[in-house]
Design a protein around this ligand. Sequence first.
Ligand SMILES: C[C@](O)(CO)[C@H](O)COP(=O)(O)OP(=O)(O)OC[C@H]1O[C@@H](n2ccc(N)nc2=O)[C@H](O)[C@@H]1O
Ligand SMILES: Nc1ncnc2c1ncn2[C@@H]1O[C@H](COP(=O)(O)OP(=O)(O)OP(=O)(O)O)[C@@H](O)[C@H]1O
Length: 279
Amino acid sequence: MEVRANAKVNLCLDVLRRRKDGYHDLEMIMVPLQLHDLLQVELAKQDELHSDDKQMPLDEHNTICRVISLMREMYQLKAHFYVSVRKHIPMEAGLAGGSADAAAMIHAIDILCGLHLSMEDKIRIGKQIGADVPFCLVNQPALVSGIGEKIEPFSFSCDFHMLLVKPSEGVSTKTAYQMLDLARCAHPDCEAVKAKLQEDDFAGLCQEIGNSLEESAFRLTSAVQKLKAELTAYGFAGVLMSGSGSCVFALTQDESLLKDAYQHFRQHYPFVELTTVRK
Ligand SMILES: C[C@](O)(CO)[C@H](O)COP(=O)(O)OP(=O)(O)OC[C@H]1O[C@@H](n2ccc(N)nc2=O)[C@H](O)[C@@H]1O
Ligand SMILES: Nc1ncnc2c1ncn2[C@@H]1O[C@H](COP(=O)(O)OP(=O)(O)OP(=O)(O)O)[C@@H](O)[C@H]1O
């Protein structure tokens, strides 16, 4: 069977507090994108993982392998899996590539092994793999809280185009959180972002988007700050780093600006993609 693993961006990411276990309580507005990896998953005689991306680890560190091990133990599965991944989501980008693959694998095992898991069951599995996996399982625009496990989906009509640009440097999620200065960083208003989306107020939306983690990512790599300034100067209405970076997304409703920018940024950056929100 073929399963899609959609990327995400955070239109709003507010880090509320640091917890005793080192994780952070968050409030976020997350949206899935049309950009996706494709997983081919079949029952097999032994486990096999392949990918067209030579950078992706194929060992027990891969989120897909971690899902297989965890679900095999939890449900005493005898089955083995052949998995082939067509990778389109760049790594260390803040687009949840590894988490999206993990979520797709949970859905695939559920179907191939006839487990009939509820979304709550899947989220319990997913959050053991990573904080972004619960959102990737639900795969709908949502207000997300806790460390990423509380998902409240909502619908909206506001339409816009998105240009994704990633510099060659990546950002480690763990380091971005460790370096964060909660007193200095931005604390954007997620309820306001949700309201602008639902009121179809694109200009207002672009004023409200924000990400607490930009503060530490900008200190970790100047490339992200430089890219954000370039996209803003190009004329995009809203520009923000996604997640812990290093990918920056730029929003516009102007198709000709979008096409010109795509050609321009492609000459200077290794990953440039046009996409939209998957509603
Ligand atoms: C930045 C985001 O992508 C925003 O959606 C997520 O918060 C990160 O999600 P993720 O990559 O799935 O995160 P995990 O793989 O669970 O954790 C990676 C590291 O990020 C930090 N982390 C993650 C989530 C969270 N709420 N607080 C944290 O402090 C922890 O140091 C952890 O060691
Ligand atoms: N299935 C996978 N796809 C991509 N990377 C994976 C996968 N499994 C493990 N990894 C490892 O995880 C690291 C981070 O990759 P990922 O694409 O998930 O980062 P990210 O974009 O920062 O995600 P997030 O937005 O969730 O923080 C990679 O450098 C890679 O070594």
